[in-house]
Design a protein around this ligand. Sequence first.
Ligand SMILES: [Fe+2]
Ligand SMILES: [Fe+2]
Length: 307
Amino acid sequence: MNETALAADFDATIAADQRVEPRDWMPEAYRKTLIRQIAQHAHSEIIGMQPEGNWILRAPSLRRKAILLAKVQDEAGHGMYLYAAAETLGVDREELTEKLISAKQKYSSIFNYPTLSYADIGVIGWLVDGAAICNQVPLCRCSYGPYARAMIRICKEESFHQRQGYELLLAMVNGTDAQREMVQESVNRWWWPSLMMFGPADGASPNTQQSMAWGIKRHTNDELRQRFVDMTVPQAEALGVTLPDPDLRWNPQRQAHDFGEPDWEEFAAVIAGSGPCNAQRLEHRRRAHDDGAWVREAAQAYAEKHR
Ligand SMILES: [Fe+2]
Ligand SMILES: [Fe+2]
C-alpha cells in the first residue's frame, strides 16, 4: 500500500472507533503525540511515588503502613506498564528516563507539592487519585490499543487508591478536633493543585482538538474538571470538610457546580520547574537512577553471557 492508502486506512480505523495497534501504519504526529502523553503519564506515576513514599516510615500503624506500601508499589507498576506501552511506539525506556531526569519531558504538576502531614496521604488518595480517575477512565477507550489496555488495569487500581484515601479521612474526621483540623488544613493545600491536574482551560489548550479528533482524548480539560468538582462536592460534605473556594456553589440552570478559577500563574510556574519540590523530585529520581546503575549493568552482562 502507498502512503495515501495507509493514511486512508488509519482514518477509517479512527472513524470506526477501532484500535490502532503497534504493527499498523500511523501518522508521525499521532505517534509523537502518544509518545509524549504516555511518557509524561509514566513519569508522573514514578515521580508520584515520592510524596507518599515520604510517609511510609512514619505511618501511624502497621495497617496504614501496609496500605500505603501497597499503594506506592501500585504506582511503580503503573509506571512500568506505561513505559512498556510507550516502547511499542519505538522509543525505549532508557531514553525516556534520560529525558525525565534531564527535565526534557514533564510529569504532572501535582507531584511538586510537599506532603506535610499524614492527612496528606488521605487527601492525595481522595483528591489526586480521584482526579486521576476522572482523567484516566476515558483513556480506557483511547484509540491506541496498548495504552487503552494498560489503562484498564491502572484504573482498577486507582479506584482502590481513591478508596483508601477516603477511608483514612473518614477515620480522621471521626477522631479528635486536632485530626479534623489536620484534614481541613490538608484539603486547603491540595484542592487547587488537584483542579490544575486537568491542565489549562480549554481556550489555552492548543493540542486538545487534534487529540480528540484522533480519539486519544475523549473530553476536554474543562469537561473533566467539571466532572471532578461535581463528583467531589458531595464527598466533601460527607466528610464535613470545606473546599477552599468562595465561588463554589450549585447552579440549578446548568445542573452543575460553578467554581472559581485556579491560579494559572502558579500552574505555569510549577510546570516550568519552580514549584516547591521540582528540584528535590528530580534530584531524588536522578540519585535513584544512579544507584540502580549496577543492576542494569549486571542484567546486561547476564543477557550477553546467554546470547
Ligand atoms: Fe497510578
Ligand atoms: Fe494512584
